[in-house]
Design a binder for this molecule. Structure first.
Ligand code: NAP
Length: 334
């Protein structure tokens, strides 16, 4: 068996393609490796923070589908409107356990993380407009991430942490971009430049939180992987409207204003799948970036992803499913 080592993991939002770069691995070896992991997996217990959220709900669904037992954290387990959809998922009654945890409370995640093999940390404020940036966005994102990692450090059962970062923590480097330039995981946003971005406090919070996470992981020997998606769209499992999908809703409802920017879009199921692969593939490491095509757009090879057998959702399908879901939920009517 040859070792597999991902050198780069790209998520191209623009073309909705996921790019894995592996050293010398063929399909049969990969399937063999994955099937070994699937056998082991039935034993696995994982924690998902911010489980009622948009992306987390999809991760939870895919984890349950794959036989995992999931410790899911929410701020208020009694808020049925935010948790009902989770208990309607296949396998939830047997293998979903809800825990109360708040990013701003030290030790709050201990009981949820205790006994887990892996942790998916998604809880973080996703606010487009804020009154008190420090209290509403920066503290929960940065201190909250460190709280979660501190809990992970306490429990040796935790073998890997997958942190949901963002392309916001990647692209604001000041480096020029052109069709020849490939943005990869070596790019890390400059906090000063984040402040000049469209969603400045959110952008800054993701950059500082990811930076703090890498430092903590290095100092404490935690196996950390970050996923850096751009704008996530696709069907919402939860009742409420999520920020990234609200951008599409604004457009289809004939909003009078819209961001003067080019975004990359990615299907939520592909993002969820990427998180789980990042946890399951033993040799996965580092940051899993996507390209966010503020004009000009650049190119990324698709060959390795095809070789891996990952089928990513075309942008047209992602948009179609988003709009249909918005209509179905009564957010849009036409
Ligand atoms: N959507 C995107 O386009 C996108 C792109 C890149 C990265 N991301 C990242 O992906 C993650 C999930 O985003 P999402 O789009 O799924 O957003 P979401 O639906 O708003 O989910 C965010 C979750 O964070 C939880 N949360 C916020 N503050 C918290 C606190 N103080 N304590 C505990 N939980 C708290 C929320 O819980 P409540 O329900 O209790 O408020 C919610 O479950 C975030 O880290 C976000 O930065 C999202």
């Amino acid at each position: 068996m040859q070792s597999i080592r991902p050198l780069l993991l790209y998520y191209s939002l623009h073309s909705s393609k996921f790019f894995f770069y592996f050293n010398s691995i063929n399909n049969s070896e990969f399937r063999e490796k994955m099937s070994e992991q699937l056998t082991e997996k039935s034993m696995k217990v994982v924690c998902v923070t911010g489980a009622s959220g948009y992306i987390a709900s999809w991760i939870l669904k895919l984890l349950l589908d794959r036989g995992y037992t999931v410790h899911a954290t929410v701020r208020n387990p009694n808020d049925q409107a935010k948790t009902e959809h989770l208990f309607n998922l296949e396998g939830a009654k047997e293998r979903l356990h809800l825990y109360k945890a708040d990013l701003m409370e030290e030790g709050s995640f201990d009981s949820a993380i205790s006994g887990c093999h892996g942790v998916f940390h998604l809880a973080s404020p996703v606010h487009l407009t804020v009154k008190d940036p420090q209290a509403e966005v920066l503290d929960p994102a940065i201190k909250g991430t460190l709280n979660v990692l501190t809990s992970c450090k306490k429990f040796p059962s935790v073998k890997r942490v997958v942190l949901t970062s963002s392309m916001a923590a990647v692209v604001f480097t000041g480096k020029p971009r052109s069709p020849e330039v490939v943005v990869d995981e070596s790019w890390f946003s400059d906090p000063e430049l984040c402040k000049e971005s469209l969603m400045r406090w959110y952008t800054l919070s993701k950059t500082l939180a990811e930076d703090a996470a890498w430092k903590f992981a290095k100092e404490n020997g935690i196996d950390l992987i970050t996923i850096n998606p751009g704008m996530v769209i696709g069907p919402m499992l939860q009742q409420g409207l999520t920020s990234s999908v609200s951008v599409i809703l604004n457009l289809i409802n004939g909003g009078k204003t819209y961001p003067n920017a080019t975004f990359g879009w990615v299907h939520v199921k592909d993002v969820a799948n990427a998180h789980i692969l990042a946890f399951e593939v033993p040799s996965a490491s580092g940051r899993c970036a996507d390209d966010k095509p503020f004009a000009p757009i650049y190119q990324v090879s698709k060959e390795k992803a095809k070789g891996l057998g990952v089928n990513f959702t075309p942008l047209k399908v992602s948009l179609h499913e988003t709009v249909e879901n918005l209509k179905h939920k009564g957010f849009a009517s036409f």
